[in-house]
Design a protein. Structure first.
Length: 752
C-alpha cells in the first residue's frame, strides 16, 4: 500500500480542518507535526506527533497543545493530549471521526481566572482566582453531548473575595443544563436551569440568594460608597422566555429580606420587594423601605425599547441615609421627599423637593456639627438650590443661599453663601471664640474657594504655645477614622481667601502668659497647606519666665511666610530684680521666629550683659556670683552658652519643641531556612536544591543578595547568590559557589 512521511511546520489549522471536512471542529492555531501515513487516501492509517501553538479552541486561547496522533481510517485519535495556558495545564485524550462523531476527556488545573477570555469584560472589574475543570463527552457535531464540572478557588471580583464557585454544564443535543453554587462567609448563591441552544435560546432558570452581603460587590463598581455601608439580602430570581429576544423574556425578582446599614443608621424592607422585567419593560411594583424616621415608597416603569424612564419616589427619609454615600460624616434628622425621574434613560428630567427638618451633619475631622438644618432643598437635572435653608453652627444662626450645579448626576460646581452670627467655635485646639462670618464658597466641587470675612467678637486661648500645634497651627490634624476613606482633604480641597479681623478681642491666658491682642489677618492657601498673612499687635500683657513675671511693653507678631504659618515676633518686656542695696530694671527684647528667637538684655542702672544674666538666673548682685565673675564683658564661649541657654528658655515660654531621634540600621533583612543550592559531587559547578540557612539583604523590589550555607554538610561550603525575580514564578540566580565557580540557574515556582 502507498505510504508517506509528512512533516508540517506552522500550518494554519483552518486549512487542515477544511481539508479533512472538519470545519465544525472550532480549533485554530499554528499546526506543526510529523506523521507516517499509509493506506487509502479517504481512510488513511498512520501515526505521528503534533503541536498546536498560539491556539484558540471554541473562543478560548491557549499557549500550546501537544499530542500523539493515530490515524485509524475512520478518524483521528489523540493520545496523551497536553494543553498549557498561562501557567495552568490540562491533560486528556480525544477521538474525532471523519463522519462527524467525536469523544473526548480533559482534566485542567491551575488556570488563572484573569487569563480566561470568556470571563473578561470591560464593564466588569478584574477577576482573579484559580480555575479547574473536568470535561468529557461523546456524540456528533450535529447532536453533541458534553459534561463539564468547573471549580474556581479563591475567586475575587476586584479586591472583594467570593470564595469558591462551582458549577456543572451538561449539553445533550440542543439543550444546556446549568447548575451553579457560590459560597463564602458573606456570599451564598445557588441556581439551576435549562437553556435551549437554539436561535431564540429559550430558558428557564432560577436562583436563590441567602443572607448575602451585597455591599462589597457593589463597592467594586462604585468605590465612592462609604465603607460603613453594608447590605444583606435574601431572595430569589426566576428567568423564563427567550434570552435572545427581550420582548419574549420575563424576569421576576423577589427580595424577601433587605437589611441596609449606613454607619449606625438602618433601613429594611417593610414587605417583599417585587421587581419584574416583563417583555420589554422593567417594573418596580412594590418597594417600601423603612427605618428611623424613614418610610420611602418607590414605584415606576423603565421601557427598554424606547429607553424611557418614569419613576417616582415619595415619603419621609432620615438624613442618616447620607452616611451610606458620603464618607466620614455622621448625619441625622428627617426630610420629606417628592421626586420624579421622567424621560430618556440616558438623561431623564429630575425634579423634586426635599424639605429638611431638624437635620444634623458633622464631618469626622471638623470640631463642629451643622445643626438644626431646616428648609426646602429644591433640585432638578441641572442644580440643587439651598436659598431658603437655615441652620445653627456653634450655637449661632446660619443662613445659606445659592446653588450647586449638577452634570450627569454628579455635583460639578458650587456657588453658595453662608452668613453666620454669634458662632461659638473651638478651633484651633485650645481656642474658644465668638465670631460672625460672611463667607462664600465658589468654584469646582473638588477645589472651591472659601472667601469672605470673619469678625472675632471675642476669643480666649488657654492652650500652651507650641510650634507643633496650638495657636499658630491651623493645619488639619484629624486622623483617619476607622479607615473610612481618609481626611477631608481627600474628598474636598478648598482654597482660602478669608480676612480675619480681631480688634483687641483675642485674649491668651495660660500658665505662661496673659495677653490681649488685636489682629488683621488674611488666611489663604489650602486645608493641607494654609498660609497666614498680616499682623497681630500685643495691646497689653505679661508672661512668666524662669519664675519671674515680665510685663510686655511692646509687641508685634507678623505673618509673612508664604510657605507655612510661621510667626515672626518682635517683643519688648521688662521686669524688676531686687538685690541687697539695689533694684534693677531689666529690659529683655526678643526678635525672630519660634526656632530662631534672638534675645537681648539690658539693665537700668546699666550693667554688662553677663551681669544682667547673673541677675536673671542667680538673683545675686553683680560681681558676687562666682559662676559669673570669671566672665568679662568680652563675648566668650561660656557667655555664648549662657545666651543660648537664655534663648532656649525664652523660646520654651513660647514654643516647646519635640525632638526626634531617627536611627537607620542597614543590616540583615532575612534570617530563615530556605531552599537553596549545593554541589552534589563536590566537583561540578552545578547546584541542586537543598535546605540551607540563609541570611539575605534586599537591594531592590526584585533583587536580592544572599549568603547561604548548607545545614546538611559539615564543610564550610559558603555560597553567595544574586537572585532576580523576573516574575512571580520565574527567577534567575547567579551564584558564586564554594569552589569559586559561577553558575546561572533558572528557578520556576509552582503551587500545588
Amino acid at each position: 500500500p502507498p505510504s508517506a512521511r509528512i512533516r508540517i511546520a506552522r500550518w494554519p489549522m483552518t486549512d487542515l480542518r477544511h481539508a479533512f471536512d472538519l470545519d465544525d471542529y472550532n480549533v485554530d492555531g499554528s499546526f506543526s507535526g510529523e506523521f507516517h501515513v499509509f493506506g487509502p487516501y479517504l481512510n488513511p492509517l498512520g501515526f505521528g506527533q503534533m503541536t498546536i501553538a498560539d491556539g484558540v479552541a471554541y473562543g478560548e486561547s491557549f499557549m500550546v497543545a501537544t499530542s500523539g496522533v493515530r490515524l485509524e481510517g475512520e478518524g483521528v485519535r489523540l493520545d496523551s493530549l497536553q494543553i498549557e495556558k498561562a501557567g495552568g495545564s490540562g491533560t486528556g485524550a480525544a477521538w474525532v471521526g471523519f463522519d462527524g462523531r467525536y469523544a473526548f476527556n480533559l482534566d485542567a488545573r491551575g488556570i488563572p481566572v484573569d487569563t480566561v477570555d470568556m470571563m473578561r469584560s470591560a464593564s466588569v472589574p478584574p477577576l482573579s482566582g484559580s480555575l479547574g475543570f473536568v470535561a468529557g463527552g461523546s456524540g456528533t457535531f450535529d447532536r453533541p453531548r458534553y459534561d463539564v464540572r468547573v471549580t474556581i478557588s479563591d475567586f475575587f471580583v476586584g479586591d472583594e473575595g467570593i470564595g469558591q464557585v462551582s458549577g456543572e454544564l451538561n449539553i445533550i443535543g440542543d439543550m444546556l443544563t446549568v447548575k451553579l453554587e457560590a459560597a463564602s462567609p458573606r456570599l451564598a448563591v445557588s441556581g439551576a436551569g435549562r437553556i435551549a441552544m437554539t436561535d431564540t435560546m429559550d430558558a428557564e432558570l432560577s436562583f436563590n440568594v441567602t443572607d448575602t452581603s451585597l455591599d462589597p460587590y457593589v463597592r467594586v463598581f462604585n468605590p465612592r460608597i462609604s465603607p460603613f455601608t453594608t447590605a444583606i439580602a435574601s431572595g430569589r430570581v426566576r428567568v423564563t422566555g427567550q434570552l435572545a429576544n427581550i420582548d419574549e423574556l420575563l424576569v421576576e425578582a423577589m427580595v424577601d429580606r433587605l437589611d441596609l446599614r449606613l454607619f449606625d443608621y438602618r433601613l429594611r424592607n417593610a414587605s417583599p420587594i417585587q421587581i419584574a422585567l416583563d417583555r420589554h419593560a422593567m417594573r418596580v411594583t412594590q418597594m417600601r423601605l423603612v427605618g428611623e424616621e424613614t418610610q420611602l415608597d418607590i414605584a415606576g416603569v423603565i421601557d427598554l425599547h424606547d429607553e424611557r424612564i418614569d419613576v417616582r419616589a415619595t415619603g419621609d427619609a432620615g438624613l442618616g441615609i447620607l452616611q451610606g454615600f458620603v464618607p466620614d460624616i455622621r448625619s441625622s434628622g428627617r426630610a420629606s421627599l417628592e421626586a420624579t425621574f421622567q424621560g430618556p434613560m440616558r438623561n431623564p428630567a429630575v425634579t423634586g423637593v426635599m424639605r429638611v427638618e431638624d437635620g444634623r451633619i458633622r464631618h469626622f475631622n471638623l470640631p463642629h456639627a451643622l445643626e438644626n438644618i431646616s428648609g426646602p432643598v429644591r433640585f432638578d437635572t441641572r442644580s440643587v438650590r439651598v436659598d431658603e435653608v437655615t441652620a445653627r453652627l456653634g450655637g449661632g444662626p446660619v443662613r445659606f443661599g445659592g446653588r450647586i450645579d449638577i452634570e450627569a448626576y454628579q455635583p460639578t460646581r458650587i456657588d453658595v453663601t453662608m452668613m453666620g452670627e454669634g458662632m461659638r467655635l473651638r478651633f484651633p485646639e485650645g481656642m474658644r471664640s465668638l465670631v460672625d462670618a460672611d463667607l462664600t464658597v465658589q468654584g469646582p466641587v473638588e477645589s472651591p474657594t472659601v472667601a469672605g470675612t470673619v469678625q472675632v467678637r471675642n476669643a480666649l486661648y488657654t492652650g500652651q504655645f507650641s510650634s507643633e500645634g496650638g495657636l499658630f497651627n491651623l493645619e488639619t490634624t484629624g486622623s483617619d477614622v476607622g479607615g473610612g476613606g481618609g481626611s477631608l482633604t481627600q474628598s474636598v480641597a478648598p482654597r482660602y481667601d478669608v480676612r480675619i479681623v480681631a480688634p483687641s478681642t483675642v485674649e491668651i491666658r495660660n500658665s505662661t502668659a496673659r495677653l490681649v491682642l488685636n489682629a488683621d489677618l488674611q488666611l489663604r492657601g489650602t486645608v493641607d497647606r494654609p498660609a497666614l498673612f498680616g499682623r497681630a499687635e500685643v495691646a497689653r500683657g505679661e508672661f512668666t519666665f524662669e519664675g519671674r513675671r515680665y510685663q510686655i511693653t511692646r509687641g508685634t507678631i507678623d505673618f509673612n511666610n508664604p510657605g507655612k504659618i510661621e510667626p515672626f515676633f518682635d517683643i519688648e518686656t521688662e521686669t524688676r530684680v531686687r538685690v541687697p542695696g539695689q533694684t534693677y530694671r531689666v529690659i529683655a527684647r526678643a526678635a525672630g521666629t519660634m526656632d530662631r528667637l534672638t534675645p537681648t538684655f539690658e539693665a537700668d542702672p546699666p550693667l554688662a550683659e553677663v551681669e544682667v544674666l547673673s541677675l536673671l538666673f542667680g538673683d545675686v548682685a553683680p560681681g558676687q556670683d562666682v559662676e559669673f565673675t570669671q566672665y568679662s564683658t568680652n563675648v566668650t564661649p561660656q557667655q555664648q552658652l549662657l545666651r543660648e541657654r537664655a534663648t532656649r528658655a525664652l523660646t520654651g515660654a513660647i514654643s516647646s519643641e519635640v525632638g526626634r531621634v531617627v536611627e537607620q540600621t542597614f543590616g540583615v533583612d532575612t534570617f530563615q531556612l530556605t531552599p537553596s543550592l549545593v554541589d552534589p559531587n563536590a566537583q561540578s559547578s552545578r547546584l541542586d536544591p537543598a535546605a540551607r540557612l540563609t541570611i539575605g539583604k534586599r537591594l531592590s523590589e526584585r533583587l536580592y543578595l544572599t549568603y547561604s550555607r548548607s545545614l546538611s554538610s559539615t564543610t564550610q561550603d559558603q555560597i553567595i547568590l544574586l537572585e532576580y525575580d523576573q516574575t512571580d514564578r520565574l527567577s534567575w540566580i547567579l551564584s558564586r559557589n564554594e569552589d569559586r565557580t559561577y553558575a546561572l540557574d533558572i528557578r520556576v515556582r509552582h503551587a500545588f
